[in-house]
Design a protein around this ligand. Structure first.
Ligand code: SF4
Length: 220
């Protein structure tokens, strides 16, 4: 089942991947910026701001040297103003304590305010190619439907189970593509309200297929 899941997911991704600018880089700083922006904001709103931000602050060093007012201004109109403050603080701490290199290990990444389990996994797998799992809302929905099928996916044991599943499914190679593909499938096909089961590569192995919203509890 796991092997079939991986094979189907990667095959689908090769044909359907979204072309997003942060998929053309392995620069830890750029990955960090994109992940902080995507934490509370939809991809289509992040796209223009990401490009602009990278032009204004092309490196951790330039961001660390900027004044707080400049950083806050550059973030607008993305909401949740705690995020640029945190990003700025991370840049300064990395310059000060880590010689300008964003650390790649999970405990250190998670010691920064603003980097939780998901963002640490994303930075590790997208910037450093590590076999680190990710579970965001989209990924949780896909894994729940394919492997569990029905019930309440907001309980703590279930959330833990989804993290374990995400880790167990990781391939030995191509972790970048695998994690990006998981997010794309949740964003484009296995969406919250009306999943597009008829075009989904997982339908032959999915526990929730054919999808019945009455059998699923929990939002997102
Ligand atoms: S078959 Fe439907 S419910 Fe299952 S993963 Fe695909 S879109 Fe989601």
């Amino acid at each position: 089942m796991r092997r079939r899941f991986r094979r189907r997911l990667i095959g689908w991704y090769r044909r359907n991947a979204r072309d997003l600018p942060w998929r053309h880089t392995r620069d830890p700083y750029r990955i960090l910026v994109s992940e902080m922006m995507l934490q509370q904001t939809q991809v289509d709103r992040v796209l223009p701001k990401y490009e602009e931000w990278i032009r204004t602050f092309p490196s951790l060093k330039t961001l660390a040297a900027a004044r707080p007012a400049e950083v806050a201004r550059a973030w607008r109109p993305l909401g949740y103003n705690v995020r640029p403050r945190r990003l700025h603080a991370i840049a300064r701490e990395v310059m000060h304590r880590y010689d300008g290199e964003l650390p790649s290990d999970e405990p250190t990444l998670r010691s920064f305010k603003g980097i939780g389990a998901y963002t640490a996994g994303a930075i590790q797998s997208f910037a450093f190619g590590r076999r680190a799992p990710i579970v965001d809302t989209n990924v949780a929905r896909v894994l729940f439907r394919v492997f569990v099928g029905q019930g309440d996916r907001t309980t703590t044991p279930l959330k833990k189970h989804l993290w374990s599943l995400s880790a167990a499914l990781l391939p030995r190679r191509h972790v970048f593509d695998f994690n990006q593909a998981l997010m794309d499938l949740g964003a484009m096909v296995c969406v919250a309200r009306r999943p597009r089961c008829s075009v989904c590569p997982m339908s032959p192995i999915c526990q929730a297929y054919p999808f019945n919203p009455d059998l699923e509890h929990g939002s997102g």
